[in-house]
Design a protein around this ligand. Structure first.
Ligand SMILES: Nc1ncnc2c1ncn2[C@@H]1O[C@H](COP(=O)(O)OP(=O)(O)OP(=O)(O)O)[C@@H](O)[C@H]1O
Ligand SMILES: [Mg+2]
Length: 405
């Protein structure tokens, strides 16, 4: 079996997957910037701006990345081309252009999330995640200052604490963030925005000889060849399908969700777009690579384990346990595991849904015996109502969880 390149899978093995909510397929990205469109990428501009006018965060970046983005006196600032085209009056676009001392054009390709772009760099594979205040699925995709700071904090803390996680846990480090200073200090929250640099080599770096497969590509259809077989079936090959899926996909992801919660108070969001499978020789899944570090943080759990509270950054701090259920029951269970189980039941009709859910809820109970203290009894999801920043509120669906007891 030949596994296509990671970028190909990101862009073109994602058809038919965005059905998990009524808004999942919605995008305001222009055709030429969408991942699933027949272009080979586009150019974007990096603006050279004075370092002392910007806010810079780092989490131990590889020296090649620091050299490319962070000078002693100047730093590079990335803006998505659609923002330059449609938001010329945004105060931070204007500010960037007014203090820009030079420009660099780089070739990029959109990732599955659209606003994260792969930089074509043969020496140091990396991506940049950009402010994109257009709606994709449920949200406008902003990259505000406090969101950037939080991602860098989490990347550093996960890197430092990696010994507490099991050997099949890996993640993509988010190592550099650059944001504008707040030009409107009177507003209810800082709207100053920026971008971040993400490494593409899974951390810890153990082997260069691995392939990466985004989670959704296991059950997504091919954009150019809709009849080709699902990667999930190819990977199962002659293995026992139930054992393969439980041991390589579902149970390790449950353990990672629980471990990140117990050790750090993080609410991992393991839906099909945030999980990547690292596949080694013989197409064996060696590790689960987690990406996207803008996580909810349970402040009670952090206090319970004596962790610092990341200073004044208030972003995504959860005082309530609703979001725990959204990430576990819906992002992981509903958006991801359900699709894998369904794909499997179509091919192996002797299996039942309970064959998947039963071992998962047992494992959750085993690794997280105190779960009732932290999780709600029912499943929560987004409501149609929004807060004053247009962020969806949460609501109790009343449904019983299926992927935990
Ligand atoms: N199969 C998929 N499942 C879930 N989300 C998907 C899928 N394909 C594309 N997406 C898109 O990926 C994004 C998922 O949101 P999320 O907050 O995880 O990512 P992000 O923060 O925008 O980017 P990144 O994952 O690069 O950090 C949404 O824009 C969603 O529309
Ligand atoms: Mg994501």
């Amino acid at each position: 079996m030949r596994i296509p390149s990671f970028i190909y899978l990101e862009r073109y093995r994602n058809e038919g997957t965005r059905t998990y909510s009524s808004q999942a397929a919605y995008t305001e990205a222009r055709e030429q910037y969408r991942p699933n469109a027949a272009h080979s990428g586009f150019e974007m501009r990096l603006f050279e701006v004075p370092r002392d006018r910007m806010i810079v965060y780092t989490a131990n970046p590889a020296s090649a990345l620091s050299a490319a983005y962070l000078g002693q006196h100047r730093v590079m600032f990335g803006i998505h081309p659609q923002v330059l085209e449609l938001c010329p009056d945004d105060p931070y676009v204007r500010e960037t252009l007014s203090m820009c001392a030079g420009r660099k054009h780089i070739a990029v390709q959109p990732s599955s999330s659209t606003r994260t772009l792969y930089v074509e760099d043969p020496h140091m594979p990396h991506a940049i995640k950009l402010h994109f205040p257009f709606k994709i699925s449920r949200y406008g995709r902003r990259m505000r200052h406090e969101v950037l700071e939080q991602a860098i904090n989490i990347s550093q803390e996960l890197e430092d604490g990696i010994g507490q996680l099991d050997h099949r846990f890996a993640f993509l480090r988010e190592v550099i963030a650059v944001a504008h200073e707040n030009l409107q200090p009177g507003t209810a929250r800082g709207e100053n925005w920026g971008y971040l640099v993400r490494e593409l080599t899974p951390f810890p770096n153990i082997s260069d000889d691995c392939r990466l497969i985004p989670g959704f590509a296991l059950y997504g259809r091919d954009f150019f060849d809709p009849e080709s077989s699902l990667l999930l079936y190819d990977l199962i090959g002659n293995c026992d399908p139930l054992e393969f899926i439980l041991e390589n996909i579902m149970l390790p992801i449950i353990r990672h969700w629980v471990d990140c919660f117990l050790h750090f108070g993080y609410l991992l969001e393991p839906h099909g777009q945030n999980v990547i499978f690292e596949v080694g020789a013989g197409n064996i899944i060696s590790r689960i690579v987690h990406r996207d570090l803008n996580l909810g943080i349970d402040i009670h759990r952090r206090r319970d384990v004596g962790l610092p509270d990341h200073g004044s950054n208030r972003y995504n701090r959860m005082e309530h346990n609703a979001f725990h259920s959204i990430t576990y029951d819906r992002f992981m269970g509903g958006h991801f595991f359900d699709r894998i189980a369904t794909a499997c039941l179509e091919k192996y009709p002797d299996l039942s849904r309970e064959d998947f859910t039963r071992p998962c809820l047992k494992e959750f109970d085993r690794v997280f015996p105190e779960h009732r203290h932290y999780m709600p009894d029912t499943v929560w999801y987004f409501s149609q109502q929004r807060d004053r920043f247009n962020k969806p509120l949460y609501q109790d669906t009343g449904a019983r969880p299926e992927w935990r007891p």
